[in-house]
Write a protein that binds this ligand. Structure first.
Ligand SMILES: O=P(O)(O)OC[C@H]1O[C@H](O[C@H]2O[C@H](CO)[C@@H](O)[C@H](O)[C@H]2O)[C@H](O)[C@@H](O)[C@@H]1O
Length: 365
């Protein structure tokens, strides 16, 4: 007779079939308490989005309007933001999914528009710019296709930057040279290389485990695995949590975090998007300087680690700003908000225009 952490038991030691597991009574009886906790998190981190096509929700929804008192629109507060950026080096950190490309049902279809690509390219020509994503570096580069940027994939565990350029990454901690990668020489910082075989193994096991759950999808992000449930019927979410937990039980060196309708399996190491921001600032020689203003834009729970760096780098004492992209009210460590990717684009355009005007004024003087 098998037993679970909540004291419940299952009939024998044979693993239950997926059909048996789909029975609500079975799930209720055998769900370990922490997987129940995940289920709550899955519901909390998946709020029903306000339809984007109604335009800016703040104009319609009093709850959203009240929320923007706490997290003012970065567009409305633009003049205030640039006051702090005057004469400083602004460093841009951008999340990918939900920030530069709208959330879509199929992860492989999260295409960045040509217009957004041009805006980001232009931003990178004026300001050091990095993309910090949960996806693998290769995948996010495949979407963005810009060589002018720094990339931190796998939630910051895989950092790529240009070599031999002023302001390039020069840090030697666990750095490996990889020549002519994606047509450029790059230097790589990898915080969790030893986990790659384990991640590949768990990826394969998860694929096998969830293959009977309609709509579930597993994605290999090199140092992390994403278990997607966006296209899974809500009644089967407990099953996704349960299957993932069943696999993770055997891997105490892996843990789980929550994204937008996705469970993120990742190494238990003290590294996250916030650490990647600190690493990049440090490597670029831009940490600990009063002349630097980091701005981080992101939409996800995993971006909170970077917003939280407020307390250290992106602080509210005007040394940096976190901007949350959300069309629904959410608690956040960010200071400002933007509704969606099109507002992100507007914000970046305004920032570049302001930077150009500032440069012009300096030249005239
Ligand atoms: O840090 P990010 O760049 O935001 O990456 C986080 C995860 O983004 C992707 O999933 C999310 O976007 C998908 C496409 O819009 C959507 O289908 C999914 O429901 C979202 O969770 C990506 O597929 C994951 O691997 C990333 O970890």
């Amino acid at each position: 007779m098998g037993s679970y952490a909540n004291g419940s038991t299952c009939a024998n030691d044979d693993p239950p079939s997926l059909e048996e597991m789909k029975e609500p009574a079975f799930l209720l009886k055998t769900m370990p308490p922490h997987a129940n906790g995940w289920l709550n998190d899955m519901k909390i981190s998946s709020p029903t989005a306000i339809r984007v096509n109604i335009g800016n929700p703040s104009a319609f929804d009093p709850i959203y309007r009240a929320w923007t008192k706490k997290y003012p629109s970065a567009l409305n507060a633009f003049e205030r933001i640039v006051v702090y950026g005057k004469g400083k080096k602004i460093v841009l950190f951008l999340d990918y999914d939900g920030t530069l490309s709208p959330i879509v049902d199929e992860p492989d279809n999260a295409i960045m528009s040509d217009q957004m690509r041009e805006v980001v390219r232009n931003a990178a020509l004026h300001l050091p710019t990095a993309i910090i994503s949960g996806r693998s570096c290769d995948k996010v580069f495949g979407f963005v296709k810009l060589t002018e940027l720094y990339y931190a994939g796998s939630h910051g565990m895989d950092i790529m930057g240009l070599v031999g350029k002023t302001g390039s990454i020069t840090d030697n901690r666990s750095c490996a040279n990889s020549s002519a990668k994606q047509g450029k020489e790059v230097k790589i910082f990898q915080a969790a290389s030893e986990f790659i075989p384990m991640i590949n193994e768990v990826f394969r096991l998860l694929i096998e485990k969830i293959k009977g759950i309609d709509g579930a999808k597993v994605e290999n992000n090199k140092f992390c695995v994403s278990v997607h449930y966006r296209n899974v019927n809500e009644k089967d979410w407990p099953l996704v949590a349960r299957c993932t937990d069943d696999i993770l039980k055997a891997y105490p060196r892996l843990r789980l975090s929550h994204g937008r309708k996705v469970l993120e399996v990742r190494p238990v190491i003290d590294w996250n998007k916030g650490k990647a921001v600190e690493f990049l600032l440090d490597s670029l020689g831009l940490a600990d300087s009063d002349n630097v203003l980091p701005i981080y834009i992101g939409d996800d729970r995993t971006d909170e680690n970077a917003f939280k760096v407020h307390n250290v780098v992106l602080r509210e004492d005007k040394r940096g700003f976190g901007i949350l992209v959300s069309s629904v009210p959410k608690e956040s460590h960010a200071v400002y908000s933007l509704v969606d990717t099109s507002e992100v684009m507007d914000f970046l355009k305004r920032l570049v225009k302001w930077k150009e005007e500032e440069a012009l004024q300096i030249t005239i003087k």
